[in-house]
Design a protein around this ligand. Structure first.
Ligand code: TXA
Ligand code: MG
Length: 345
């Protein structure tokens, strides 16, 4: 894998690769993505192959700034908003206007230029406008949408640096665009907008649900079992995901496990007392959840790759508001038994 820097040459090279049906790993403000032109199903098939991703797990379509309107997305046949009620259209556009570019993905009725492979055959498509300058430079140069999942092997920890991308996919992808460490550090928040305007939170992420709810003026729903299964609404929300290779156990501060010699401990904030374990990391000195989110995946990866550690322990968040929801979600899935089961809520 070659690392390309931004600037005219790097961006042109990436754009030419993508136009030719090749893959490029790209930085976004959330995590690095593995991109292919979304209209090109042969290129998209390479994404699934490189990640070893099952075909039931659809991809997010990334768009350039300037496309954040239903009219534009419909024109390009990425979405088909004629299937939405007036109120649903209004909700979607309010969210686009307020939060794009940024870590919010909207699931909308799919337009007919989006290949089946991108949406895993669903009637909806996930769309997002990333905020990273280089991702935008590339999208603007291309004037094409990019299908991009996180640039890790399926089920593993998402990459937040180009080095992490290299470790995950180095022998499988020709280029990574160097964009520095990701600002948010965890994936976008995914919201499904239904034709009747109900809005469902499919994945907590870098944009807190409270901010979305305040713009919508109503609460987000959570996926229900029953007729519409969680698997159908959010096929990628598997119980085990974002996982290190080593076993990971969550613990609460109130009942600490017995740590032993080769354990690595991940604290959210500094521990009150000193504990005898060889390797201890901390996500934020000050307790700022943004800093914790930014450091979460890179620290888990560091500990996973540390030969001195055989077992990982991570502190379980006690809060559930704001960014905490996404931090707790990622830690829960990272520590879940490795199966292909949908998550239990
Ligand atoms: O921040 C992000 O969203 C990053 C960066 C690279 O943009 N991307 C990302 O992609 O997290 P990925 O593939 O790792 O996760 C995408 C999630 C999956 O859980 C997938 O099931 C869900 O989005 N998804 C995609 N299309 C969907 C659809 N039509 N309906 C429901 N869920 C969908
Ligand atoms: Mg992923």
């Amino acid at each position: 894998m070659r690392v390309l820097s931004g600037g005219f040459q790097g961006i042109s090279r990436c754009a030419a690769q993508l136009r030719a049906g090749e893959l490029v790993a790209i930085p976004t403000e959330t995590v690095y993505g593995l991109a292919a032109v979304a209209f090109d199903s042969a290129a998209v098939a390479k994404v699934f192959a490189a990640k070893e991703r099952p075909s039931f797990d659809p991809l997010i379509v990334h768009i350039p700034q300037g496309w954040g309107f239903l009219k534009k997305l419909d024109e390009l046949k990425i979405t088909d908003s004629s299937l939405l009620s007036e109120q649903a259209r209004d909700s979607a556009e309010k969210l686009m206007k307020r939060f794009w570019p940024g870590p919010l993905t909207l699931v909308l009725p799919r337009g007919n230029k989006i290949p089946d492979l991108v949406t895993s055959g669903l009637t909806t498509v996930a769309v997002r406008m990333p905020r990273h300058t280089l991702a935008q430079d590339l999208l603007k140069a291309l004037q094409l949408p990019l299908a991009a999942p996180s640039a890790n092997r399926f089920g593993h920890i998402s990459p937040t640096t180009s080095t992490a991308v290299m470790r995950e996919l180095g022998d499988r992808v020709p280029y990574v665009l160097e964009g520095g460490p990701c600002e948010v550090g965890l994936e976008s928040t995914i919201v499904h907008i239904a034709p009747d305007a109900s809005a469902t939170l499919l994945r907590p992420g870098g944009l807190p649900r409270e901010e979305i709810e305040s713009i919508l003026g109503r609460a987000l729903l959570l996926p229900q079992g029953g007729q519409k299964s969680t698997a159908e609404l959010a096929p990628g929300m598997l119980a085990s995901h974002y996982a290190p290779r080593k076993p990971l156990t969550l613990f609460d501060r109130s009942s600490l496990p017995e740590f032993s010699g080769r354990d690595g401990i991940l604290w959210l904030t500094p521990p009150v007392e000193v504990y005898p374990a060889p390797v201890q990391h901390m996500l934020s000195d000050s307790g700022d959840p943004r800093e914790m989110a930014r450091n979460l995946f890179s620290t888990l990866r560091l500990m996973d790759e540390d030969a001195g550690i055989s077992r990982l322990y991570a502190e379980r968040p006690s809060q559930t508001d704001g960014l905490w929801a996404a931090i707790a979600d990622r830690l829960k899935r990272a520590s879940a038994p490795k199966t292909l089961e949908p998550v239990k809520r």
